[in-house]
Design a protein. Structure first.
Length: 591
């Protein structure tokens, strides 16, 4: 199962061909781009930079990961594979039984959002290639600029090299928030409980509106898009599908200003999934994509089912379940009312600076924005995390548990300032705040959810999965600046981070001579390994960092009876204490 080329891709005369970064991933509108040219320019312009060094470390880590998996793969005997095929087949049947085709989900995503807002405010930009942001980083580019390979998260100086005519417009978040609010007023008419995934995207359950108005889902999508255009002057794209995972994939298919409907029909879903590239699925990022491609030759979602025995053998049950679900085209269909948002966050990238006054000023803005977002949703939180990225691209997170639940900007700022102070002096290029452990002040039922959540924690103090789920969803790889907000599909992001099963026990398992262990013992073993920390938290994917040598610790403190647990998390390297790179350890104590 070797395919050395796609990782090391190695033609030494064309080293850029193996240089894959966020800057070279295609977005909508980049289908006809000369990829080789873009890759070469990105490579040449970033070579020698700290970013480049960091990318090299990530690449080396990924190669190591792939190599380890290949070794483990090679150790699988036919009897092992037979055994894991049985486990996989059983799991597929169980997952299939959970398929829910009763809901119709719509995912809506604004087209080139920041760029479109800027063009609306300054029509002279229309038709010209433009990007929002500056020389250090651009937030997005319009579709004219994308034809040159210019895209979000790319430094402006590289974008300019790709497209010398490129016009830069500085970011203006007030404007984007204003237009985002207008779109949300429209969403509310179609689903009062819609899930906002970021400033420019949302998930709506349109089952009721389709029934009430005897309209097809496609007609509802058309009408909603028209209504957004009337209210804002902006265009958006929509995807309709039986679950949120698929709806998001669908909204990207006919971008910009288009829509795609996947019917609520099992056959239609399976056909759609059969050729869907794995990278299109939320939660499958660069590293996962490479591992699946290079170790197992899985390129489409269907491949997940074809290689199910390998996936069950080499990944933790949580990750294997996720991959099998993707292969079956399953996703979340639950109603938003039952979903308790687990965190709210924001972050800003800026030109690297050591100026402490400037850094504190940015922190004030972030605290205010976070507080406003929380107030809008009637939320209070207790675990505050400060995320920093240094000028050498090292990502640090520092977390603190606040004395009380709060949404006040003063409280947030007070504690965030202490966290920042401890890190200074430092040259920083990104700062973000995140608040977790939410209480909703608006909805009684959310409180009920929280009680259930606490029950869960109390019943599962030794179950990392539950604990980590309760703490935070992992960020997606290419998060927008507002994209750290839960998308409602946080489980999917979690799954990606939940890790390759690199438990040393696997080694023993694979070497075991006697494969005739009873089913019960096997099952038990599978389960036991799933709740061992090493099993669950070895990262499969990383956003920014090489593996962290010392895993941080999450401490759960129960202060007697059924009172709320206090959760504290140490920082991983990627940011937000995520399981993807931190390899969290969990400790529980009762006081
Ligand atoms: N954004 C950002 N940084 C990123 C990605 C996005 O600041 N790395 C901001 C700018 C985008 C907005 O978030 O306008 C929405 O992100 P999308 O990924 O939806 O991108 P666009 O809306 O710009 O383009 P499209 O959805 O048409 O592909
Ligand atoms: Mg968008």
């Amino acid at each position: 199962m070797e395919n050395e080329k796609s990782v090391s891709g190695t033609d030494s005369a064309r080293p850029w061909q193996s240089y894959h970064t966020a800057y070279t991933n295609a977005k909508a509108g980049m289908e006809k781009v000369d990829k080789d040219k873009v890759q070469r320019i990105v490579y040449e312009m970033s070579k020698g930079s700290k970013y480049f060094e960091n990318e090299e470390k990530k690449e080396a880590y990924m190669k190591q990961k792939i190599e380890n998996m290949r070794v483990q793969c090679a150790k699988l005997a036919a009897a092992d594979l037979n055994h894991y095929q049985k486990i996989a087949d059983k799991r597929i049947v169980e997952l299939e039984a959970t398929r829910d085709l009763s809901r119709v989900w719509l995912h809506v995503d604004m087209d080139a959002f920041y760029a479109a807002v800027e063009t609306l405010c300054n029509p002279s930009l229309k038709g010209k290639p433009m990007a929002v942001g500056g020389m250090s980083m651009i937030s997005t580019a319009n579709y004219e600029a994308r034809k040159f390979g210019v895209r979000a998260a790319m430094p402006g100086f590289i974008a300019l090299k790709l497209c010398p005519e490129l016009i830069f417009v500085p970011t203006d978040f007030k404007k984007y928030t204003h237009y985002s609010d207008l779109t949300r007023k429209v969403f509310k008419k179609y689903d009062p409980n819609f899930l906002a995934a970021s400033l420019d995207e949302a998930y709506l359950d349109i089952t009721s509106i389709c029934n009430e108005r005897s309209m097809t889902s496609g007609d509802v999508a058309e009408e909603l898009r028209e209504s957004i255009h009337t209210e804002t002057g902006l265009t958006c794209s929509a995807g309709v599908a039986p679950n949120r995972l698929l709806a998001k994939v669908c909204s990207d298919i006919n971008k910009p200003n288009g829509q795609f409907v996947l019917p609520n029909d099992r056959m239609a879903v399976m056909t759609f999934i059969s050729s869907l590239p794995i990278r299109k699925v939320g939660g499958i990022g660069n590293v996962t994509e490479h591992v699946l491609k290079d170790v197992f030759e899985i390129t489409t979602c269907e491949g997940m089912l074809q290689k199910s025995s390998f996936l069950c053998a080499l990944f933790s049950p949580t990750s294997a379940d996720f991959f099998l679900s993707v292969g079956l085209g399953l996703g979340r269909t639950d109603t938003p009312q039952a979903t308790l948002r687990k965190s709210i966050s924001n972050e800003r990238t800026f030109s690297a600076t050591k100026d402490e006054a400037l850094l504190y000023k940015k922190l004030v803005d972030l605290a205010e924005m976070l507080s406003n977002d929380m107030k809008k949703e009637g939320l209070c939180g207790r675990t505050l995390t400060l995320k920093l990225k240094t000028s050498s691209f090292e990502v640090r997170t520092r977390a603190v548990t606040l004395p009380t639940y709060t949404c006040s900007s003063e409280d947030i700022l007070k504690h965030a300032s202490k966290l920042l102070k401890a890190e200074l002096p430092a040259s920083l290029r990104l700062m973000g705040l995140r608040i977790d452990s939410m209480l909703c002040l608006k909805k009684e039922e959310t409180k009920r959810n929280l009680d259930l959540w606490i029950d869960d924690l109390e019943n599962n103090v030794d179950d990392h999965n539950t604990v980590a789920n309760a703490i935070n969803p992992c960020p997606i790889e290419e998060s927008s600046q507002d994209g750290w907000i839960d998308s409602g599909d946080e489980r999917l992001q979690e799954e990606e981070s939940s890790g390759v099963n690199q438990n040393p026990k696997l080694e023993q398992r694979l070497n075991r001579k006697n494969h005739t262990m009873s089913q019960t013992r096997q099952r038990k073993k599978h389960k036991t390994s799933s709740s061992s920390s090493q099993d669950k938290h070895i990262p499969i994917d990383m956003t920014n960092c090489p593996p962290s040598p010392a895993a941080p610790e999450i401490r759960i403190v129960f202060s007697g009876g059924r009172s709320r647990p206090r959760l504290t998390a140490g920082g991983g390297n990627c940011g937000w204490s995520c399981r993807r790179c931190s390899g969290m350890r969990v400790a529980a104590s009762v006081s």
